[in-house]
Design a protein around this ligand. Structure first.
Ligand code: ADP
Length: 418
């Protein structure tokens, strides 16, 4: 089954075509036929298109909206130019899986899209005013262009975290605000944490109930997740993705009084403060240089840049603090798992995060840590380390494609509580 995976942001569209079905899932034999990214939708857009046969193609084109972007992508996919042998017409796309950011408390798993589900996603718009409307635009565009006969499935960033207990998800504000407005911690990156936990379970050959791990998704966005008996019991992102770890451009944990202070003392508007905390903070804000961890490490090493070093220190310290907190919250964990851009690719950062954690039984093996490479699950802990350390590459698009197949076939969705 050829599944189109769509991830639509406010001005971007990421897509993949993955050939998968229950048999391919069973054999881990899913095939990625094509992938790409459209940026700057709503103006002169930039496209990066890639397929098995053709390699990478860069293009630019004026694209008015998400419908135009999906249309352009579909045309390319079925064209001779993309050389995807098994997809030569729209009829060769059998289903669509969408990443949807916010499913509130309502969606505890992935679901087939219909008018009722769309309405319920729309009801979550207030909780994710930038993301959910963009996701809905992608869903409507795909429905429009592929026709109502092609089934669509929604996979939510929040769903995996719906098992968090109230002690972890409530804020210390009047309870009525939770009841009336849904102000609570939801958590994000759920598809990534769930995928990585599933791969860990496969790697270890253990049942879901035996998965007691801390997963660290360290990319541009960063979050930690405490997984006990297979369920997410706490995660570092909250009401929005702003809470928790220090990220590329997001501040992470912050005293909320700073918002009022900035308004009064700096005369800033709320939208300006929002942009400051989401787009100009984090690694970028502290270093004053870049949000890219690779460049920060280079600046630190080659130029002894003090603020690059500070940014890296705050980053690692915050992760270490969360690991300690989650170990306490879970009553111990069997493994700490690194994933996403920084987590998968930087032995240096993994080493700094774990340094000083030997007392609690987490000891890295420097050779194994340095040798872990692209796209492969690797144990990086020392033999005999009480807490294992692993690198497990994430693949949210693959899980979205697999969930799409499973939802349509009525098969169980691994990783979700039943
Ligand atoms: P996103 O959250 O946008 O999916 P990624 O998971 O691709 O982001 O992670 C991007 C981050 O990963 C960037 O900060 C980048 O600097 C970092 N990164 C990628 N490769 C390395 C590396 N070899 N060393 C350190 N950081 C890296």
């Amino acid at each position: 089954m050829n599944v189109l995976v769509l991830n639509s942001g406010s001005s971007t569209l990421r897509f993949q075509i993955i050939d998968t079905d229950l048999e391919r899932i069973e054999g881990d034999a899913d095939r990625r036929l094509s992938r790409g990214l459209v940026e700057r939708i709503g103006g002169h857009a930039l496209l990066r298109l890639e397929s098995e046969g053709r390699g990478v193609v860069h293009e630019d084109a004026p694209l008015r909206d998400h419908r135009a972007a999906v249309d352009r992508v579909l045309r390319w996919i079925v064209s001779e130019e993309s050389s995807i042998e098994s997809v030569t017409s729209i009829a060769d796309i059998h289903a669509v899986g969408h990443r949807v950011v916010h499913g509130g408390e309502r969606f505890r798993g992935s679901v087939r899209l219909d008018a009722d589900v769309m309405r319920e996603i729309e009801e979550c718009n207030a909780l994710a005013p930038l993301h959910n409307p963009a996701n809905l635009r992608g869903i409507r565009a795909a429905e429009d262009l592929l026709g109502p006969g092609v089934p669509q499935v929604a996979v939510f960033d929040t769903a995996f975290h719906t098992t968090m207990p109230p002690a972890a998800y409530l804020y210390g504000i009047p309870y009525s605000l939770y009841r009336r407005r849904g102000i609570r911690r939801y958590g994000f990156h759920g598809t990534s944490h769930r995928y990585v936990a599933y791969r860990y379970r496969q790697h270890m050959g253990i049942p879901r109930e035996d998965v007691n791990v801390i997963t660290l998704h360290l990319g541009n966005g960063c979050s930690a997740c405490a997984i006990r008996r297979g369920d997410s019991v706490d995660t570092s992102m909250g009401f929005t993705p702003l809470e928790g770890l220090l990220m590329g451009t997001r501040c992470g944990d912050l005293d909320p009084s700073i918002v009022e202070f900035l308004a009064l003392e700096e005369g800033m508007q709320f939208t300006e403060i929002d942009s400051l905390l989401n787009k100009q903070s984090g690694l970028l804000g502290i270093s004053g240089l870049t949000s890219d961890m690779r460049e920060l490490l280079r600046e630190e090493e080659e130029n002894q840049d003090r603020r690059a070093r500070l940014a890296i220190e705050v980053f690692c310290y915050r992760v270490r603090k969360y690991v300690g907190a989650y170990l306490a919250a879970m009553g111990g964990a069997d493994a700490v798992i690194f994933t996403a851009g920084i987590g998968e690719n930087s032995p240096e950062i993994r080493g700094r995060i774990c340094s000083g954690l030997e007392w609690m039984g987490l000891e890295l093996d420097p050779k194994r840590n340095a040798a872990a490479h692209d796209g492969v699950t690797a144990e990086i802990g020392r033999d005999g380390s009480r807490v294992r350390a692993l690198v497990i590459p994430t693949d949210e698009e693959l899980l979205i494609a697999r969930d799409t197949v499973r939802v349509l076939e009525g098969a169980p969705l691994p990783g979700f509580a039943r």
